[in-house]
Design a protein around this ligand. Structure first.
Ligand SMILES: NC(=O)c1ccc[n+]([C@@H]2O[C@H](COP(=O)([O-])OP(=O)(O)OC[C@H]3O[C@@H](n4cnc5c(N)ncnc54)[C@H](OP(=O)(O)O)[C@@H]3O)[C@@H](O)[C@H]2O)c1
Length: 278
């Protein structure tokens, strides 16, 4: 990873934090996107301690906001001549339905729209080299996910887990469509399931959901194990030419039929473009 620039979201905690530190240890220069200044600065300090020579950087944005995600993508595009790897990883689960100032349901905005907007905003920088990778953190939670194009914002009968599963299904569909559209450009796109990992994930979901997730995490794997597939997809020569895949434990895995529905993937892309005003 010497000489490579890796842009990563959600690296102030959990899987993303471990992956960023490992990639820095392999020689990459990391560009973090963090919403909280103190947590972003702390993550940057850890990277600098790990790999002092590289000019790691942090940019700040709340990725649930369309304008902030666009702004941070433009900031990074202005600062970086080339992006070799983009890791869309920031994600969350919310026990009660919340709506962003853009009118989007918060899980959908954070877990899906941000992946789309950041990738779109960094398109030219990803295409600037001979090859680049987009890595999208999804989840096996997609297996019980259902996409309802009439209610993408979960206005009816909101349930936190249902909304979360839907966004993780969106991550796989989005990755497939991105791989299809960018085929032949030298940019690959793959998604992954990190495993069930003991991170801060779900701690702030609220109510019973937080409690349930905390209990379940007693049986979860470490963030170091959870980060393996992320690091693998970002760095391994074995996957340099694979695109559109869904990975688990550093191997190609088969997502559900709903996650392989290319018509749904195309429709999701165009609905997302409309919501993003593109
Ligand atoms: N943990 C699991 O078992 C599991 C399983 C499957 C998939 N995943 C996926 O793995 C990814 C990483 O989760 P994790 O387990 O590492 O959880 P985590 O420890 O809670 O980390 C989530 C990261 O996302 C950031 N983030 C959340 N909302 C954001 C926003 N609006 N703007 C900017 N950054 C935001 C957080 O920033 P702060 O530090 O500011 O909170 C944090 O860095 C997520 O996409 C999740 O869906 C996790």
């Amino acid at each position: 990873m010497q000489g490579k620039t890796v842009v990563i979201t959600g690296a102030t905690s959990g899987i993303g934090q471990v992956a960023a530190e490992q990639l820095a240890g392999m020689g990459a220069r990391l560009v973090l996107v963090a919403r909280d200044r103190a947590r972003g600065d702390a993550a940057l300090a850890r990277l600098r301690a790990r790999a002092p020579g590289a000019a790691h950087r942090v940019h700040h944005a709340d990725l649930s906001r369309v304008a902030e995600t666009r702004r941070v993508a433009a900031e990074i595009a202005a600062a970086e001549a080339r992006v070799d790897v983009l890791i869309n990883n920031a994600g969350a689960l919310f026990g009660t339905r919340r709506v962003t100032p853009d009118g989007l349901e918060l899980t959908f905005a954070t877990n899906h729209m941000a992946y789309f907007l950041l990738t779109h905003g960094l398109r030219e920088r990803l295409l600037a080299g001979t090859s680049a990778r987009v890595v999208n953190t999804s989840s096996d939670a997609h297996r019980r996910g259902r996409l309802d194009f009439d209610d993408l914002q979960s206005t009816r009968d909101y349930r936190g887990l249902v909304a979360y599963r839907r966004t993780k299904l969106c991550n796989i569909l989005y990755t497939r469509e991105l791989a299809r559209r960018w085929a032949g450009t030298g940019v690959t796109a793959n998604s992954l399931h990190p495993g069930f990992v003991a991170t801060r994930f779900g701690d702030e979901s609220g109510g019973l959901l937080s409690y349930g997730v905390r209990l379940a995490k007693m049986f979860a794997i470490s963030a170091a194990k959870g980060a393996r597939t992320l690091v693998y997809l970002a760095s391994s020569p074995e996957v340099a030419t694979i695109s559109g895949g869904y990975f688990y434990q550093c191997h190609l895995a088969t997502p559900t039929r709903a996650a392989q529905d290319d018509a749904a993937a195309r429709r999701l892309w165009s609905e997302t473009e409309k919501l993003a005003g593109i």
